[in-house]
Design a protein. Structure first.
Length: 143
């Protein structure tokens, strides 16, 4: 009986700890997105962050992934139109999120204006995209 209890104890503790953690999908520095249908999903798969088509251009935003037609809930820099091209890349770095126009080696206006280095990001099940600092407790920006 005692052996069974000791055997099951670690699994019980792990289950309680795992249930207490909010569902997140961590995105590490250096991760990139391209216009060809790549995006970062929330843990539940309900929300997505990435490129989407807007007329003859591209935009960056958050949308409901499982609802059709596509329902956009937030757009970054809505006045900035990106060319519909494979030469566009969205990059997560310690400076935040930037859009790189590879053919011109230029940057569009930053999506995030932050003063601290970013450690990682997460697309939450609440529909928010969050940038975190190295303390992993404080968020630097939330979209």
């Amino acid at each position: 009986m005692a052996a069974t209890f000791l055997f099951l104890l670690p699994f019980t503790i792990f289950s309680i700890f795992a249930a207490a953690q909010p569902g997140t999908s961590n995105i590490s520095l250096g991760s990139s997105l391209y216009p060809n249908n790549s995006h970062w999903l929330s843990n539940s798969g309900q929300f997505a962050f990435g490129f989407y088509r807007e007329g003859n251009n591209l935009a960056i935003g958050i949308w409901f992934e499982k609802i059709r037609p596509q329902t956009i809930i937030w757009t970054a820099n809505r006045d900035v139109k990106l060319p519909r091209s494979e030469d566009v890349k969205l990059n997560l770095s310690d400076g935040g999120i930037s859009v790189i126009l590879q053919d011109k080696q230029g940057l569009s206006p930053p999506i995030s204006n932050i003063t601290e280095p970013v450690a990682w990001a997460s697309m939450l099940d609440s529909g928010n995209f969050v940038l975190y600092n190295s303390k992993c407790k404080d968020h630097l920006a939330e979209f």
